[in-house]
Design a protein around this ligand. Structure first.
Ligand code: NAD
Ligand code: 6OD
Length: 484
């Protein structure tokens, strides 16, 4: 049995308390995880604070860049280990993990190393009353100890997406992986140790959220900033924790994203894109589209083709090349998603396909498998059109005009992402401007250069990270004024 420990001040640390990590595809125990209590969280934060004053704090930008490239290279060398860990933790098809999650994780270290290497500074010359003048320039200093609170849906990608910029900017970190997906943070600790990242710079504490490792970490007075990805409700709790000591937060939270399909779209591309945007990773992607609006003349044809596509998605194990979809992360999450499946029907939905649990062969019956589901026929006020479900499901509704669909898409508490399918150039630009979301895709989905800003509007987030935008959160910008 694998035993996953914490990583504090450069050492792997077990504790007296262990919790179980079970496989999403058969429910079997795959690891036990050492839970960090208050003492371990305190030790991790204290080590991170001390490391700021140690060798790490004295490295030049060039040294840090070299170290981050070494981290990325070592992840690439151990690519198979990371894929295996991620596949067993989240149970999704290998191609998604091999082509998106793990490679993007390594890229997160390289890209932010390049960002910090190339960041310019501003410089102003000013007049002074004595005529000698002065110069002003800006310096970026690390914020300090950053708490990184991670979700389970794309664990490695979303953890490294925060670690890359945090470390590039010279901060030290304490990471709290999701209790559902502890493996890749543990492997990353081995990588950090191997490439010689100084003790205390990178720490991992395992455990749960409320009244546990997550809360102990975000409430810790020596934490200088908190970066979080997860549910909106949790983000609100973290904001409250951050208010104690007036610490900055970066929050990437839930979504209820709309895909909008115009009659002038390339239908094949729109179908392929919507199958991915609503069902990839078993619907467990914050950017996923659970609300689909289709222009009325192509509505029936679109629903028919989407249904055909969904019914071809056979569930299977990650290493089965025929698998179109893995299970949900846990039995608990399946209960939540199934409760929305019930509510949709109670509120009058037509179930186009799915709606329940698939029959799986032994030994997969203990897994949290679920049928991908399409609904039609609900008003925009229906529960499944307002609340984030985070499962493989979507509702498809017809619309008649551009103005109407903009209003309906925006009439939602979330504002993370949107996908527009059209071949009409002016309309694409109009829609991109009108939709309230942090990212608007036109004729694509989940395509983003890591140098661009990423984040949500409304209840989907606070702040933007990505490329130079990450510097706003992970550094303190200070002005230096020198009298000549
Ligand atoms: P979650 O909010 O339940 O948990 C996220 C993390 O927060 C976990 O590590 C958890 O242990 C920790 N946590 C929970 N309560 C806490 C507390 N009171 N104090 C400190 N830490 C606490 O989210 P999840 O279920 O792991 O992830 C799914 C959610 O994440 C979805 O809502 C999804 O939309 C969102 N998400 C958003 C983005 C984005 O970029 N906007 C990306 C991925 C996932
Ligand atoms: O594009 C990314 O790197 C990013 N942060 C994706 C988020 C996916 C959410 O599930």
């Amino acid at each position: 049995m694998k035993e996953i420990t914490n990583f504090i001040n450069g050492e792997f640390v077990a504790t007296g308390n262990w919790f179980d990590k079970r496989s999403p595809y058969d429910g079997k125990l795959i690891a036990r995880v050492a839970e960090a209590g208050r003492a371990e969280v305190d030790a991790a934060v204290t080590a991170a604070q001390a490391a700021l004053r140690g060798p790490w704090g004295r490295l030049t930008v060039a040294d840090r860049v070299e170290m981050l490239h070494a981290v990325a290279n070592e992840i690439e060398r151990r690519f198979e280990d990371f894929c295996e860990a991620e596949m067993t933790d989240i149970g999704q098809p290998a191609h998604f993990i091999r082509h998106v999650d793990v490679p993007r994780g390594a890229a997160n270290f390289k890209i932010f190393a390049d960002v910090i290497k190339n960041v310019p500074t501003e410089f102003f010359e000013m007049a002074t009353p004595d005529g000698r003048g002065a110069i002003n320039y800006s310096l970026r200093a690390p914020v300090g100890v950053v708490a990184v609170i991670c979700p389970w849906n794309l664990p490695f990608l979303l953890m490294t997406w925060k670690l890359g910029p945090a470390l590039a900017c010279g901060n030290t970190v304490v990471v709290k992986p999701s209790e559902e997906t502890p493996q890749t943070a543990w492997l990353l600790a081995e990588v950090m140790q191997k490439v010689g990242v100084p003790k205390g710079v990178f720490n991992v504490v395992n455990g749960f959220g409320p009244d546990a490792a997550g809360e102990f970490l975000t409430m810790h007075p020596k934490v200088d900033a908190i970066t979080f990805t997860g549910e909106t409700r949790t983000g609100a709790a973290i904001m409250k924790a951050a208010a104690e000591g007036a610490r900055p937060v970066s929050l990437e939270m839930g979504g209820k994203n709309a895909a909008i399909v115009f009659a002038d779209c390339d239908m094949d591309a729109a179908i392929e894109g919507t199958l991915r945007s609503s069902f990839a990773n078993c619907g467990q992607v914050c950017l996923g589209t659970e609300r689909i609006y289709v222009e009325r003349p192509i509505f029936d044809a679109f629903v028919k083709r989407l249904k055909e596509g969904v019914e071809k998605m056979t569930p299977g194990l990650p290493d089965d090349p025929a698998s179109g979809m893995g299970p949900l992360i846990s039995q608990e999450h399946r209960k939540k998603v199934l409760s929305y499946y019930r509510i949709a029907v109670e509120e009058g939905a037509t179930v186009v396909t799915g709606g329940g649990i698939p029959v799986m062969p032994e030994p997969l019956q203990g897994g949290s498998w679920i049928q991908p589901t399409i609904w039609t026929g609900l008003p925009d006020s229906a529960t499944v059109l307002r609340e984030e479900i985070f499962g493989p499901c979507c509702h498809v509704a017809p619309f008649d005009t551009e103005e109407e669909v903009v209003m309906r898409a925006n009439d939602n508490p979330y504002g993370l992402a949107s996908a527009i399918w059209t071949t009409h150039l002016q309309r694409a630009h109009r829609m991109a401007g009108a939709i309230q979301a942090g990212i608007v895709w036109v004729n694509s989905w989940f395509l983003r250069d890591l140098r661009t800003p990423f984040g949500g509007s409304k209840q989907s987030g606070i702040g933007r990270e990505g490329g130079v935008h990450s510097l706003e959160f992970y550094t303190e910008l200070k002005n230096v004024c020198i009298k000549l």
